[in-house]
Design a protein around this ligand. Structure first.
Ligand code: CP
Ligand code: NVA
Length: 305
């Protein structure tokens, strides 16, 4: 069993993971020790930079009584071109699960096909499931439900946007994505999702259309990791795709402003909104820890399903 995308989870699995994460969070806050992964090791094989994903997974393993090993492309054979299929099989002989952060989604798919232990997606160019699950937990904590909410995505049709679309299909909220022309998610992804979703999934170039009456305003960097060379060109194309006080004024009074971080203040979000009373960005970051404990438990411990 792996966790590579949100779409491979069914509705009940998402609900179970969110409920379990909430319970583990409560237990952790009460100081109740819980060490079900004693003797188990998680490897983090990362080809891109990370702060939150690395630290939250390492800490999650530590809290659960297990051990974590971080392997960067800079100081391992991964960065020197050792084939994925060899790394995957070698890792399977040492560790009990692996988190991969890489570029093309096909790389993690290949890795998973050669791995004998569970593989977790710690971000690829196409998906960021652990972040979106943490974000769903954050919304549920604040609103009690996901169903029927109006969620807006302002900015790039990137990995985060794609995982949000997959979450909308499973969780029954309305999702409107506002992206500059040329930077939308592939229309085929949207139509496939629409066919399976209970809520509405829309793609538009109008920020106002997405933001009006929104319960959640969500954004991410204009240029993702691997797109550094496009940064200057993207700044021009994305300049009107910002969460600022005007965007917030269009949304519901109690809107939650979300960003997976790291943020570029003054680009996709203004400093005052990021630091303002509607922002839940640090709760999102914290919830990475709690949801990932639920994910690790689910993938690393025996269970019925
Ligand atoms: N949000 C997120 O995945 O952050 P990192 O890149 O720091 O892991
Ligand atoms: N879309 C961003 C998310 C970073 C957590 C990236 O891929 O760089």
């Amino acid at each position: 069993m792996n966790l590579l995308t949100i779409s491979e989870l069914d509705k009940e699995q998402i609900t179970t993971l969110l409920e379990r994460a909430a319970l583990l969070k409560e237990r952790h806050k009460s100081g109740i020790p819980y060490h079900p992964l004693r003797g188990k090791t998680l490897a983090l094989v990362f080809s891109k930079a990370s702060t939150r994903t690395r630290v939250s997974f390492e800490t999650a393993m530590f809290h659960l009584g297990g051990n974590a090993i971080f392997i960067s492309h800079r100081d391992s054979q991964v960065g020197r071109g050792e084939p994925i299929k060899d790394t995957a099989r070698v890792m399977s002989r040492y560790v009990d699960a692996v988190v991969i952060r890489t570029f093309g989604h096909e790389i993690i798919e290949e890795y998973a096909s050669y791995s004998d232990v569970p593989v977790i997606n710690g971000l690829t160019d196409m998906h960021h499931p652990c972040q979106v699950l943490a974000d769903l937990l954050t919304i549920k904590e604040n609103r009690g439900t996901l169903k029927g909410l109006k969620i807006a995505w302002i900015g790039d049709g990137n990995n985060m946007a794609n995982s949000w679309v997959e979450a909308a299909v499973k969780c029954g909220f309305d999702l409107t994505l506002a992206s500059p022309p040329g930077y939308e998610l592939d229309e085929a992804i949207i139509s496939r999702a629409r066919a399976d979703a209970d809520g509405e999934i829309l793609q538009t170039s109008s920020v106002a259309k997405a933001a009006e009456g929104a319960d959640v305003l969500n954004t991410d960097v204009w240029a993702s990791m691997g797109q550094e060379e496009e940064q200057r060109e993207r700044i021009k194309s994305f300049k009107d795709y910002q969460i600022n006080n005007k965007t917030v004024a269009l949304a519901n009074k109690n809107v939650m402003v979300m960003h997976c971080l790291p943020a570029h203040r003054g680009e996709e979000i203004t400093e005052d909104v990021l630091e303002g009373s509607r922002s839940v960005v640090f709760d999102q970051a914290e919830n990475r820890l709690h949801i990932q404990k639920a994910i690790l438990e689910w993938l690393m411990l025996p269970h019925d399903a």
